[in-house]
Design a protein around this ligand. Structure first.
Ligand SMILES: [Ca+2]
Length: 219
């Protein structure tokens, strides 16, 4: 049943029934006029009230986004939640119902004005949260250091253990933590929320044993 629910939610998301969500997960272009073929990676616009369509600005391929609506094998799955205005810290996700999901192999949204990070979003550029879950494999056992930069709050869990607590409403800032990993598969959870405008950011870095820091990649 849960799978069916996710499929339903994903389909709803893909169909852009909610203009707020449309801006959250992808880089939609302007709403194409009727009779024109839709861009390759976008479904045709639903036959809905034109007032439902997001008022979008052109997005570039380089625009960082929180993920794609299309499932990506091996990627992080980010469940999206809406938060009450004036939320000051990460919510208890177990009490909330996701409004959709996005998929991404990395978290790499450098600090920016929300207008840069959210082309097309009209009225949901604040008060939302994402909870990313996934698995990753390491080949070398040892101490892995992670750094989580965000605006606003975020937390990192590895194998169910809190590694980084960067929670709260704050300007772009980072926090670090390290964990000893055995070779093999591990679980990862990144919780994030955007409180008030005007900035937004979410980046996860990793430094492997004896290595240098880079953006964490799902693999
Ligand atoms: Ca913010």
């Amino acid at each position: 049943m849960k799978t069916a629910l996710y499929i339903f939610v994903a389909l709803t998301l893909t169909n852009c029934m909610d203009p707020e969500l449309a801006g959250l997960h992808s880089t939609p272009g302007a709403n194409p006029p009727p009779q024109q073929p839709a861009p390759a990676e976008q479904p045709p616009p639903p036959a809905a009230d034109p007032a439902d369509a997001p008022a979008t600005a052109p997005a570039t391929a380089k625009t960082p986004v929180f993920g794609s609506a299309k499932p990506i094998p091996g990627a992080l799955k980010g469940d999206i939640y809406y938060l009450p205005t004036n939320t000051s810290k990460l919510p208890d996700f177990s009490t909330l119902t996701s409004v959709g999901s996005v998929y991404t192999r990395s978290l790499n949204i450098p600090a920016r004005n929300f207008k840069e990070g959210f082309p097309g979003v009209t009225n949901r550029f604040e008060w939302f949260a994402l909870r990313y879950t996934g698995k990753f494999t390491v080949t070398a056992a040892g101490t892995y250091s992670f750094r989580l930069m965000s605006d606003d709050g975020s937390k990192l869990y590895i194998d169910g253990r809190l590694v980084i607590d960067n929670d709260g409403v704050h300007a772009p800032s980072d926090a670090s933590g390290s964990v000893n990993l055995t070779a093999g598969s591990h679980t990862i959870v990144v919780e994030y929320f955007q409180g008030p405008a005007v900035e937004i950011a979410l980046q996860l870095f990793v430094t492997p044993p004896g290595g240098t820091e880079s953006i964490w990649q799902a693999r």
